[in-house]
Design a protein around this ligand. Structure first.
Ligand code: HEM
Length: 227
């Protein structure tokens, strides 16, 4: 029952929300489609949080996608012992880098008084989910060796079956809870994407979605020039 919820209901609800709410938000209120930069309120911790987070997580997520798109070539590549060790080590480094960045971003929001008024409950939910996602991923990379290999023979066929609308949960039903938490976390993140500032992630494949221009109006001092 729990498996059916985690591996069938949750992913399809997430997909439906992503497919329908995302364009709705874009079309109905373009100005909310933003990462809501807080760089002008605090810069230093942002640098140490945002850079490791983005430089760590983007290649790791792309590697997940590579497994889905090209499982055959990935399998050939990872069947080579040296390649497997090299890629797993780089992956682990990137995963730890991302986790570190996420923890810095959480600490930044908690410790910077200026950020409190601009931090919503949705920001906290999102940051917590991303931290758990990175932590469970790193845990698997460390203690459930060799994830990049077994991912191709379990999670990937399951994800393919989901995309073919014929979910085969037997591929993933017997995994330990940490894997289930990681998969469920991913679906929750997809589900929350259209409701949070994570929509800015879509700038990456679709550049025209970039932050909308902000119109500034300056109030000129009395008798001064208007800008
Ligand atoms: C929002 C989507 C996701 C994010 C942000 C994410 C993030 C991560 C991170 C940070 C790692 C650690 C990488 C490393 O240190 O090597 C990881 C590993 C892993 N993830 Fe995900 N993940 C996502 C979705 C998924 C999904 C949907 C699955 C499968 C159903 C999955 C399965 C795995 C596995 C098996 C590993 C271990 C890989 C290894 O041992 O090298 N992930 N993930």
């Amino acid at each position: 029952m729990l498996n059916a919820f985690l591996f069938v209901v949750l992913p399809y609800v997430a997909l439906a929300l992503f497919l329908f709410v995302t364009p709705y938000r874009y079309l109905s209120n373009r100005l909310t489609w933003s990462a809501y930069s807080t760089q002008f309120l605090e810069q230093e911790k942002l640098y140490w949080g945002s850079n490791p987070w983005h430089y760590g997580i983007i290649p790791v997520v792309l590697a997940h996608f590579l497994g889905i798109i090209a499982p055959g070539p990935m399998n050939v590549l990872l069947s080579n012992r040296q390649a497997l060790i090299l890629l797993e080590s780089v992956g682990l480094g990137l995963g730890l880098f991302a986790l570190f960045g996420c923890l810095v971003l959480m600490a930044r929001r908690a410790q910077t008084p200026l950020l409190k008024p601009v931090t919503s409950a949705a920001d906290w939910v999102l940051l917590s989910l991303l931290t758990v996602q990175a932590a469970t991923g790193v845990y698997m990379a460390l203690f459930m060796r060799w994830g990049s290999q077994w991912y191709l023979h379990t999670a990937v066929p399951y994800l393919h079956s989901l995309l073919a609308f014929n979910p085969q949960i037997a591929f993933v039903a017997d995994f330990p809870p940490v894997f289930k938490l990681h998969a469920a976390g991913a679906f929750l993140i997809v589900a929350l994407l259209p409701f949070t500032k994570l929509v800015h992630l879509l700038y990456l494949p679709v550049d025209f979605l970039r932050d909308p221009p902000i119109l500034y109006r300056w109030r000129a001092p009395k008798g001064g020039e208007e800008g």
